[in-house]
Design a protein around this ligand. Structure first.
Ligand code: ADP
Length: 423
């Protein structure tokens, strides 16, 4: 099947988020972890390549996304989407702008749009300013992010130092007038030489207008939500045929495991809620892991009934995380925990688990790597931006869900497992 839309995401859980929203249409979506080594074969209508380049050096991010673009072009795609975080996570150097300019150059396009809005998750853009819930971005918890602290809420000001060509705005008043008005405004801005256009969106309806106006742009950029209306638009006009390969819905036996390496506030609540409903659980302590390795956790796991989907977690309160980081160093503490959870994932798989609920972006990368997974097919959505995915590991089909820190409701773990039964 020729690929209709080729997407490149700057991190892993961002890619599953985008893939999940595209899969809402029922069309087959395939996700690759990194640029595949082999040329495209049996591609899906929607192909997503997950990179890990959000905070990589600019030249590296540009080279990787160019390679991803080349692969997607070889898959037959003529339209492309550059997906970054709905909080526009980037530094004054990039990588959102430099990558967009490199892709524009390779595709020979003069203009693209930037729309990180995701209203269902409380991300809205008004007059070029990004809001997280009711707070401007720079007053949200993102102001203290360890790698990409966001200290300005104005997307034009954030993007300008990242690009070489002019930045402009198509504001909500234009979007509210509909796709024709937005298209005309983009044309007007193009005549003025504006290559990079921030587009306001405060509600899902705005995203529909933007997707309709921009559906035939060769390159769109944004959070995942602005891509969500595209499958229906492509189906309606025949760009995508109704037989575009409906998504599979395989069955899995109940054996599973929940692995949590995220310490985000929402994950802490999810761990507590899952324990409160009686799930068996085992806590990993980075200091013990550093001294003794993951043996105790593996022994605990070996004694569990996997049909009850036991929880193994390193999730801890900030003070506890800080203590481990001070003792071991931040990077080492993270790696020790990731390696232990990866070892638990392999042990659970080898003991027969076929359902894996994984919490944490970095943790998800470590677990999929350990399971030897390079490609995921997207299944039903559990929460906005978090789908079940299906993959093959050691010759067996597994269901895996990869949740970044703050996604999902408190009951996410149990909800995820019951959703798979209903699918
Ligand atoms: P999120 O999506 O919430 O950011 P990640 O998995 O991306 O979650 O990042 C969490 C990081 O914190 C991982 O590297 C993980 O190994 C590390 N970590 C988890 N628990 C602890 C802990 N108790 N002490 C120190 N680091 C931890």
């Amino acid at each position: 099947m020729t690929t209709v839309l080729g997407s490149i995401a700057d991190d892993f859980t961002g890619a599953t988020d985008l893939a999940g929203l595209l899969a809402r249409s029922g069309v087959r979506v395939s996700l690759h972890i990194g640029v595949p080594d082999a040329p495209p074969q049996e591609t899906a209508a929607f192909e997503v390549i997950a990179l890990k380049c959000r905070t990589a050096p600019v030249a590296e991010a540009v080279a990787e996304t160019r390679a991803a673009l080349a692969w997607l072009r070889a898959a037959g795609a003529e339209r492309f989407f550059w997906k970054y975080c709905s909080t526009f996570d980037s530094t004054p150097e990039g990588n959102i702008g430099p990558v967009a300019e490199a892709l524009m150059q390779d595709l020979g396009v003069e203009q693209t749009i930037y729309c990180p809005a995701f209203p269902e998750n409380g991300r809205a853009i008004f007059m070029g300013n990004l809001f997280v819930g009711r707070d401007p971005l720079a007053e949200s918890p993102m102001k203290d992010h360890p790698l990409t602290p966001m200290r300005d809420s104005n997307l034009m000001r954030l993007l300008t130092p990242q690009v070489t060509r002019p930045v402009g705005l198509a504001d909500r008043l234009t979007v509210a007038k509909g796709p024709e008005a937005l298209r005309a405004e983009l044309q007007r801005l193009k005549r003025e030489g504006v290559a990079h256009v921030i587009v306001d969106a405060v509600a899902n309806d705005d995203l529909g207008v933007i997707a309709e106006a921009c559906r035939d742009m060769r390159l769109m950029t944004g959070g995942s939500a602005v891509a969500m209306p595209l499958p229906a638009l492509y189906l309606a006009d025949g760009t995508l045929s109704a037989q575009a390969g409906a998504a599979e819905h395989p069955r899995f036996d109940p054996a599973g495991v929940v692995l949590s390496g995220s310490c985000s506030a929402m994950t802490r609540a999810q761990v507590a809620a899952y324990q409160a409903q009686g799930a068996p659980s085992c806590k990993l302590d980075p200091l013990t892991l550093a001294a003794e390795g993951p043996g105790a956790a593996l022994a605990w796991l070996a004694g569990q009934d996997l049909a009850r989907c036991p929880l193994i977690y390193a999730t801890a309160e900030p003070a506890e995380v800080r203590r481990a980081q001070e003792e071991l160093g931040t990077a080492k503490a993270g790696v020790i925990v990731e390696e232990a959870l990866a070892a638990c994932a392999i042990a659970a798989r080898d003991a027969g688990a076929s359902r894996f609920v994984v919490a944490g972006g970095e943790t998800s990368g470590a677990v999929t790597k350990a399971l030897g997974v390079a490609r995921l097919d997207i299944g039903p959505e559990i929460a906005p931006g978090v789908p079940w995915t299906y993959c093959t590991s050691a010759g067996r089909r597994l269901a895996v869900t990869l949740k970044s820190g703050n996604f999902g409701a408190e009951t996410f773990f149990a909800e995820a497992l019951s959703k798979l039964e209903a699918a």
